[in-house]
Design a binder for this molecule. Structure first.
Ligand SMILES: [Zn+2]
Ligand SMILES: [Zn+2]
Length: 741
């Protein structure tokens, strides 16, 4: 007789780009202890062994026995997904229409995605050696004189008993400095504890706790008033208004209830000061999550979240997947920042998923920014979020002034106006530093006349055409209409038609030629790819080894440069006339962020913005009325144009070796009529050819999110039968944040 007990099947999520689950048999030998939903198992898949996640368990199966494969191993460890995590990740997959197996993969630390079993050693925490501290006063005094950096590290460790090497490194200290202290027996190591952290008043260092202004205190009490349920708070505070202190005091109250805190930031390496303040304030285990950690460190953070031993987790966007057991609050700082959105594979937005997570956990979430995204601002203004504003600066420091340089009236060389060159000279002569932004993002090759400054625009949409140099075409990214690049300006007949933003490429070289006695340094993704490179460069800047800093948007994030008193933004015109409707928003955020970071009370900063369109209403509004007013005006325009946040978008990207394929692939999709949705495109991507592949875009837009999601399901179904399905690579981007590629 057949033993019914031995029939067991599982449906698992496999990390492959397919939107389905796969069924496997469970051999009798692997059936006890009973399988759990959320467990990791190893399955054979297309000749490989992959880590899959169990989604359903059944004793029946419709598929013929001989067609089924069996799971090979169970990863019988304690690292499985809880039902709450599973629900959250399924919601993530559904929202972004992304294969669930890949979503699980994203949520797991790398070491748990591998088929080999791992042995985890618990983290080493550094403490001050209390017995040596008492008797070694002379040693410490000598240290303070001879090795100030080591001394500073000693103080940090003393302030925060029990700190990991990962944190110490993120704060800009070296292994040599740590070893120096260790060899002098000034510090010792202890193993991290596995149990949940517990709060007592000694966990708080009160020395640097600031007394709150009335504005700040109101925010703290309002957030804490409803601590035990979901509320989304937008904290819009001008730069320098003390958002961090507000966070810290709210966190204190949450920790006092032994609940965990998740803080999501765009980039940790750029905000060591903020991390330092967390370290100094709380004597509790703080764990980091960012790309600078090694695999073991990432797993440690994941486990500490799951066991409850991590009190605070500070991380970049993927920290949103931390398996918190006892979450009390989520904070997303610099919520407007574009790096919170993942730009490949699983294209999720860290902020949006954090809101979804908080809702599921029924806890409050705070979104903080001096320049909130239009999405968040719209939700706050319409009453969906609680809106808090901080309008005063507790410190006496002033925001730098933004001044426009009219490039239409100036002779410029490689994008440098006479005014700017003069100001740079003056600043350098005063021994102060200059920061120059190359505004690559939002660089839209719109075509403009060099004589009358007319922008060549689509008559139908009244929006600038985007120049596609390769095909010598002007294409409207709103309606898809195209025309040959004209030889002459329609307005004045001039033949001097040039793309906006040209000439910045050679800028770096030109700068070092012009200012030979000063050191110029470039800080962007390329120059900071190596581990520790960013911390090193930032240290060199604060040590004043470099006087001219050249950077991209990356430098506008959080970092404060007190000796930078001149900031120049070379070209904002690309952003004013971009096919990407978010370009102006991002340009404004950049300007306000840098204006808030340059200079200090004793040395006020200046921000110079070069433009050929100084009368542009958006620029005028931003400079005279500030970001909040600018944003409200721009939101009115968005509403009229039916653009997000007043509608919802999905971008379908397609690429192939021949331009015909992606275009035909996308055009075939547009044959499907969709209720309450409209198509924009297909159009060539602004960067239409990359790595030998031709790339096209199709946007599907709807005023109703539900209708759009329904439409994507239909389109995904249609893609299966699309004749070009196997000839193009395509992807789906829900709520796309970057239309440039
Ligand atoms: Zn003209
Ligand atoms: Zn048009």
């Amino acid at each position: 007789m057949l033993d019914l007990k031995s029939a067991c099947y599982v449906q698992v999520a496999v990390p492959v780009p397919m939107r389905q689950l796969f069924t496997y048999q469970v051999p009798a030998a692997l059936q006890s202890p009973p399988l759990k939903i959320g467990e990791r198992v190893i399955v054979p898949f297309a000749g490989r062994n992959l880590v899959a996640v169990v989604m359903h368990i059944s004793d029946q199966c419709d598929i013929a026995e001989h067609k089924l494969k069996a799971i090979t191993t169970r990863q019988s460890d304690e690292y499985f997904f809880s039902s709450q995590e599973l629900t959250f990740l399924q919601q993530c997959a559904a929202y972004y229409h992304h294969p669930i197996g890949e979503v699980f993969h994203q949520a797991l630390p790398k070491l748990l995605r591998q088929s080999k079993t791992i042995d985890i050693e618990s983290t080493e925490l550094y403490h001050v050696n209390k017995s040596s501290a008492r008797c070694d006063v002379p040693l410490l005094q000598a240290l303070q004189k001879k090795a100030p950096k080591q001394f500073a590290l000693y103080q940090l460790i003393a302030q925060h008993q029990g700190i990991t090497w990962a944190e110490i490194r993120s704060l800009g200290y070296s292994k040599a400095q740590l070893n120096g202290l260790y060899n002098k027996t000034l510090i010792i190591t202890k193993k991290a504890e596995d149990k949940s952290f517990t709060w007592s008043s000694c966990q708080l260092n009160t020395q640097d706790k600031l007394s709150l202004s009335v504005e700040q205190a109101l925010v703290v009490s309002s957030v804490l008033q409803s601590q035990t349920q979901f509320h989304c708070h937008l904290l819009e505070g001008i730069t320098g208004s003390g958002k961090t202190e507000v966070y810290l005091q709210i966190i204190e109250a949450v920790l006092a209830q032994n609940k965990q805190v998740l803080v999501i930031v765009p980039e940790i390496g750029l905000t060591p000061q903020t991390l330092n303040r967390f370290e100094q304030r709380f004597n509790l285990p703080i764990y980091l999550h960012h790309s600078g950690l090694n695999d073991g460190e990432r797993l440690q953070t994941w486990l500490a979240a799951k066991k409850g031993s991590a009190a605070i987790i500070i991380g970049t966007r993927s920290a949103v997947f931390s398996p918190l057991v006892n979450a009390g609050i989520i904070i997303v700082d610099e919520e407007h920042d574009n790096s919170l959105k993942q730009q490949d594979s699983f294209r999720y937005h860290g902020r949006d998923l954090a809101i979804l997570r908080a809702k599921q956990l029924n806890i409050p979430i705070i979104l903080g920014s001096a320049t909130p995204s239009f999405e968040s601002l719209h939700n706050a203004l319409s009453g969906k979020y609680h809106h808090h504003r901080l309008l005063k600066r507790p410190s006496k420091s002033k925001e730098a002034k933004i001044e426009l340089v009219n490039m239409a009236e100036q002779i410029s060389e490689y994008g440098l106006s006479e005014t700017l060159k003069f100001e740079i000279k003056q600043t350098l002569a005063r021994q102060e530093q200059v920061l120059i932004f190359l505004n690559r993002r939002g660089f839209a090759p719109a075509l403009s006349c060099q004589e009358c400054h007319e922008i060549i625009a689509c008559q139908r949409c009244n929006k600038a055409y985007t120049l596609h140099q390769q095909q010598q075409l002007l294409i409207c990214h709103h309606c898809g209409s195209q025309k040959r690049v004209p030889k002459q300006c329609f307005q004045c007949g001039s033949v001097r038609l040039l793309p906006l933003g040209q000439g910045t490429e050679q800028l770096e070289q030109k700068l070092s030629e012009l200012f030979t006695h000063y050191s110029a340094v470039r800080i962007d993704r390329d120059s900071t790819r190596r581990k520790g490179a960013l911390a090193k460069l930032l240290q060199e800047v604060s040590d004043k080894k470099h006087q001219l800093l050249i950077g991209t948007q990356m430098l506008a994030k959080g970092h404060h440069f007190p000796d930078v008193t001149l900031v120049a933004v070379l070209d904002v015109d690309g952003a004013l006339f971009s096919y990407d409707f978010r370009a102006a928003e991002q340009m404004a955020q950049l300007l306000i962020q840098v204006a808030g970071r340059a200079g200090r009370a004793s040395k006020p900063g200046k921000v110079l913005v070069q433009t050929r369109y100084p009368q542009h209403p958006l620029l005028q509004d931003l400079i005279h009325n500030g970001y909040h007013h600018f944003a409200q005006q721009a939101l009115i325009e968005r509403k009229l144009a039916k653009l997000p946040p007043f509608s919802y978008q999905v971008l379908i990207r397609a690429e192939a070796n021949y331009p015909h394929y992606p275009e035909a692939f996308l055009r075939a999709l547009t044959q499907q009529s969709l209720a309450h949705c409209e198509y924009a495109g297909p159009v060539p991507a602004p960067m239409e050819k990359k790595a030998g592949k031709y790339r096209f875009h199709l946007i599907v837009q709807s005023p109703q999110r539900k209708a759009l999601h329904f439409a994507i399901k239909i389109l995904l179904d249609n893609i299966k039968s699309n004749p070009l399905n196997n000839k193009v690579r395509w992807s789906i981007d829900v709520d796309p944040a970057d239309l440039s590629w």
